[in-house]
Ligand binder design. Structure first.
Ligand SMILES: Cc1ncc(COP(=O)(O)O)c(C=O)c1O
Length: 305
């Protein structure tokens, strides 16, 4: 089956979705992107795309930081995703990748507002990204997280993902599943591409967004599920490296990672408990498959055409 891509307002066959090798974004990382999951429901024979609107609101904010003009409203972009999924309908979980970037020729111009912008979207099948049954083994990275005054992690800026690549590569070459990344002050920020939560004495703790985390959409979902569904207190505060070693429980959250327990950090097994993470994983699974009526605003139903 020929896949359809969205390119600057048109739906085109994959082979036509090409950019010139001179494109600014290819040379300097001048793009912003999103990662969105659309879950296939065996029960309802449709996709449920998760928090589409929030992904595109975040994309607009990322674009603003680097002077990328996205000529569509959030609603229009949600509509493009629906059409894309309909055109490429297959009975499997999907990952949608919108990307807006500087498409002008690269050499000699770093003045962002003067450069031409492009936007594309496509989807690929995606199953599990991390082992959410066994849990993941993390190692503290020797690399530090990019900071707000260098390359703002608040924006999903393509160039910043060299930080993700360096941290993940180092972790995997050292035998871990993923990295745990600290900021310049030594506080725990997140893994290479997922937010982190720890549970201590019944309280749910996650670093604040001012600690250079990405403002994760799954993070927000989990905070709400913790407080509204599990009746737990969720606090946003800085976490020290040594503090997380003694967490009763900890897990990663993200579009790709979903809710994945952390088994150990730097060869130190975390507490035996998986209680909160398991409850959250179950709730999250139901929610993203359109099975929690109360959260139906967070899922967009996409039926085959
Ligand atoms: C660096 C980073 N942190 C955290 C996340 C998790 O964010 P979200 O839940 O919005 O996918 C992602 C993925 O988007 C990421 O790239």
């Amino acid at each position: 089956m020929t896949r359809t891509f969205f390119v600057n307002g048109k739906f085109v066959p994959e082979a036509k979705a090409v950019i010139p090798v001179t494109a600014h974004a290819l040379h300097y990382g001048t793009g912003v992107f999103e990662g969105i999951r659309a879950y296939y429901s065996e029960k309802d024979k449709c996709f449920f795309a998760f928090r589409l609107e929030d992904h595109f609101k975040r994309m607009k904010q990322s674009a603003k930081i680097v002077f990328i003009d996205i000529p569509y409203t959030v609603d229009e972009m949600c509509g493009f995703v629906v059409e894309l999924l309909q055109r490429n309908f297959t009975e499997t979980d999907m990952y949608v990748r919108p990307l807006a970037f500087k498409s002008d020729p690269a050499v000699g111009n770093f003045k962002l507002p003067t450069l031409q912008d492009s936007i594309i979207m496509y989807n690929v099948p995606m199953g599990k990204y991390l082992d959410s049954e066994k849990g993941v083994r993390l190692g503290i990275s020797s690399w530090r997280r990019v900071s707000d005054n260098a390359i703002p992690p608040r924006g999903k800026i393509t160039g910043a993902y060299i930080n993700t690549c360096l941290t993940k590569t180092e972790a995997q070459l050292n035998g871990y599943d993923d990295a745990l990344v600290l900021d310049d002050r030594g506080h725990v920020v997140e893994s290479s591409s997922s937010n982190i939560f720890m549970i201590k004495d019944g309280v749910v703790i996650t670093p604040p967004v001012s600690d250079d985390t990405l403002v994760g959409i799954t993070r927000d979902t989990v905070i709400k599920l913790c407080t509204k569904e599990l009746g737990l207190q969720a606090i946003e505060r800085s976490i020290d490296r040594s503090e997380i070693y003694s967490a009763d429980e900890a897990f990663l959250t993200g579009t790709a990672a979903e809710v994945t327990p952390i088994a150990e950090i730097d060869h130190r097994p975390l507490g035996e408990s998986r209680e909160v993470g398991t409850k959250l994983k179950d709730l999250f699974y139901k929610l993203v498959h359109g099975e929690l009526e109360k959260y139906s605003d967070w899922v967009t139903k996409v039926n085959p055409k």
